[in-house]
Design a protein around this ligand. Structure first.
Ligand code: ADP
Ligand code: ASP
Ligand code: MG
Length: 404
């Protein structure tokens, strides 16, 4: 079998961890499998590099940001390849570029366009264990790009697809995908399986355990993912296509996201093309907009509020300054002390009253709702970020997720 495995930052946090991963990989190799491993930067290296940037400049520029952040993974691939060789196995480390991973040019949020696998296949044919740097690629101008925070998961899934792997395993610091982040909900329960659609929503809504794009790629290519712990041998969670008929529960999981900011525009003229101008400007800057609310029009003016990732806030505010006169709004406000909490479940589509239950549970805990958005399989609302933990726990109880 050809196995692609991904080990996250906490799984390779120090020398001891790296040796443990090396021994796990070589055991799989000894069982007769071909192994391609994707690794993240060690521990909190990427956070440390971001902090360093903030000490140096307010305007790092995205190309240089990628140049810097991609270095973390280069350290871990080399060390892991050395540890694997030490155990008597042939191994080779490769950067994203060396592995043939080509992306578009959207620095810090690049998307993989193609993987040229020839070198990978040659090295595999020579019996080597290949260790690839996650999270990075090369654009067609030859510059290093990164795939967005948490992007190593996406590298692994993309490689599994390109190499037509038999299994794609995502090793992390928890036993699998839980009904909520086990770090903040002690009663969270591990799920044995979850559908691509539900996992995609959870990942988009802040469940850090998988990078959203990795789930998207897995779904499109119908490749199951096994999310499991690198610290034990327990089987984890399989992310796969699940028939809707099997959806017995209304709510499968709760997600929360603290990386959210809201911008509100006041006195926006009520005429065609105005919303287009605002959101086109954001789209051109590659800023993802999540919730949008336009208040009831009065005297031919509206108020428009929308949420974006908190890390995009300063760029978005500059943009608002630059389009203010053209769009014609009188002023804007912003708030980055908000959090988004969401309930996700495919069973929701056919069960009425779920929103009422959600809002009731939050009200009982004195949690005020700000913006609300819904889709067939999720309901999200923004609240004050210091009530996020309380909100997630309240919702977990309300939907009996501890009794799975
Ligand atoms: P890695 O470094 O292995 O990529 P991450 O920190 O990116 O690990 O993701 C794992 C973390 O995701 C867990 O430690 C957990 O706190 C968090 N998490 C958030 N929501 C969930 C969830 N529903 N199930 C499991 N883990 C979750
Ligand atoms: N090292 C990168 C990050 O911390 C990528 C990853 O870990 O997936 O975001
Ligand atoms: Mg991760």
């Amino acid at each position: 079998m050809l196995i692609v495995q991904k080990y996250g930052g906490s799984s390779v946090a120090d020398a001891q961890c790296i040796k443990r991963v090396a021994s796990r990989i070589t055991k799989n190799k000894n069982e007769g499998h071909e192994i391609v491993v994707v690794v993240s930067a060690m521990g909190d290296t990427t956070d440390y590099l971001v902090d360093l940037v903030n000490e140096v400049t307010e305007n790092p520029g995205e190309r240089e940001m990628d140049m810097l952040l991609s270095t973390g993974e280069q350290v871990s691939i080399a060390l892991l390849a050395m540890a694997v060789k030490d155990l008597g196995f042939d191994s080779i480390s490769m950067t994203g570029a060396q592995a043939g991973i080509y992306t578009d040019s959207v620095h810090t949020k690049a998307r993989i366009k193609e993987i040229q696998c020839d070198r990978l296949r040659d090295e595999l044919a020579m019996g080597k264990i290949i260790i690839v740097a996650g999270f990075q690629g090369l654009n067609h101008s030859g510059d290093i790009t990164t795939l967005g925070r948490g992007g190593s998961d996406t590298t692994a899934v993309a490689l599994a697809i390109a190499l037509d792997a038999d299994i794609c395993e995502i090793f992390t610091d928890v036993d699998g995908v839980y009904t909520a982040d086990p770090r903040i909900v002690s009663e969270a329960v591990k799920l044995d399986t979850i559908s691509y659609d539900e996992m995609l929503e959870l990942a988009h809504l802040g469940a850090q355990v998988l990078h959203p794009r990795s789930v998207e790629l897995a779904k499109i290519n119908n490749i199951p993912l096994h999310v499991r712990s690198s610290f034990n041998l327990n089987s984890g969670t399989i992310v796969k296509e699940v028939d809707n008929m099997e959806q017995a529960v209304v709510v499968t999981g709760i997600a929360h996201d603290l990386n959210v900011a809201r911008i509100s525009l006041f006195d926006v003229p009520d005429k065609p093309g105005i919303a287009w101008k605002v959101f086109q400007a954001l789209a051109e800057a590659h800023i993802n907009v999540d919730m949008i609310i336009q208040s009831a029009m009065e005297d031919n003016i509206n108020d428009i509020s929308f949420t974006i990732g908190a890390s995009d806030l300063s760029i978005a505010l500059n943009l608002m300054d630059s389009i203010k006169n053209d769009v014609g709004f009188s002023r804007y406000t912003w708030d980055d002390s908000i959090a988004k909490v969401s309930i996700v479940g495919a069973g929701m589509a056919t069960n009425p009253g779920v929103a009422a239950r959600m809002f009731g549970a939050l009200a009982k805990n004195n949690i005020n709702l700000d913006m609300i958005s819904t889709s067939e399989i999720k309901i999200s609302c923004t609240i004050n970020n210091n009530q996020a933990v309380e909100a997630v726990n309240a919702l977990h109880k309300e939907f009996n997720l501890d009794k799975n």
